[in-house]
Write a protein that binds this ligand. Structure first.
Ligand code: NAP
Length: 274
């Protein structure tokens, strides 16, 4: 597994997303992924699966210290007291005594808690050694800048939607200048990229699937890591096999330039509640 270095941290470039994985299936998927070589696992308080993720880690024959484990603060847990309490609950559910990365899942609802209060409480957790790194998610560039100015501990990453149908050039440029990682979520556009003609054509040149080309396109960009979700062993294996080929500059540019109709359709589909 290739790793990326940023701000003193070493992070596996590709991790396992666990949104919508629940129960025994979640436990088995996490354990299988770790056995296949995944070393980066992404969960969230809001996913309701931290206990199953922890059980999957416990089942796998992999040292906790070799895993980069990420969770995210639910939108209701942003006051100092709730940051502290919910982080402790996450640790208990995950069966660990530290988190590699704790993220603010999405911008705060201002009347519930200020960004400063949340970040101060997260910094306290870093000082206490129960959280190694902190970061944000779904923060636009300006808000990421404010978080960086406010926090004493560095903001390691902004986890945002990023795939060939979702442009993030402005945010990525900012991240690259300031040594902040961009973690790409929904890297397969929740399955939307799988029949993309450009990805199919490029993939045929390398004997790779459209999913593999989409993931390669992400991890080949400076400062980008990604967390595809997969539940079958075949998909888990396939998604890991993206470090043995390299896209040309021309292919990178072609993939970055998606069909506007597809971008629009993906956006509309992502707004649907099913
Ligand atoms: P995604 O990773 O873009 O797509 C997942 C879908 O693609 C699943 O249906 C999966 O099917 C399928 N798939 C995976 N690998 C495949 C392959 N090789 N070939 C064909 N199909 C494949 O979508 P996502 O779950 O939205 O995003 C990934 C992760 O990002 C989440 O799980 C979560 O950890 C994170 N996320 C974060 C936020 C946030 O607000 N911070 C929001 C959304 C997501 P199977 O399950 O059947 O394998």
């Amino acid at each position: 597994m290739e790793t990326i270095h940023a701000q003193g941290a070493e992070i596996p470039a590709l991790g396992l997303g666990t949104w919508q994985l629940t129960g025994q299936a979640c436990r088995e998927t996490v354990s299988t992924a770790l056995e296949l070589g995944y070393r980066h696992v992404d969960t969230a308080q809001a996913y309701g699966n931290e206990r199953q993720v922890g059980a999957g880690i416990e089942d796998a024959d992999v040292d906790r210290d070799d895993i980069f484990l990420v969770t995210k603060l639910d939108v209701r847990n942003r006051t100092a007291e709730r940051v502290r309490r919910s982080a402790r609950e996450s640790l208990e559910k995950l069966g660990t005594d530290y988190l590699d990365l704790l993220l603010i899942h999405q911008p705060n609802i201002p009347f519930l808690a200020s960004l400063d209060e949340t970040l101060d409480a997260m910094n306290d957790l870093v000082d206490e050694g129960v959280v190694r790194h902190i970061g944000v998610s779904n923060f636009p560039t300006g808000m990421l800048g404010r978080a960086r100015e406010t926090s004493v501990a560095p903001i390691l990453t902004d986890q945002v939607q990023y795939h060939p149908y979702w442009d993030q050039r402005k945010l990525l440029t900012y991240c690259q200048i300031h040594d902040v990682l961009l973690t790409a979520y929904s890297p397969l556009a929740r399955g939307g990229v799988l029949d993309d003609p450009v990805l199919v054509t490029v993939g045929n040149r390398y004997g790779k699937s459209p999913a593999q080309v989409a993931l390669r396109w992400l991890v080949q960009q400076e400062g980008v890591v990604t967390v595809p979700k997969a539940s079958s062993r075949a998909h888990l294996e396939e998604n890991l096999a993206v470090f043995d080929f390299e896209l040309t500059d021309e292919e990178m540019a072609r993939i970055r330039n998606p069909d506007r109709v597809k971008t629009g359709l993906h956006f509309l589909r992502s707004q649907l509640p099913f």
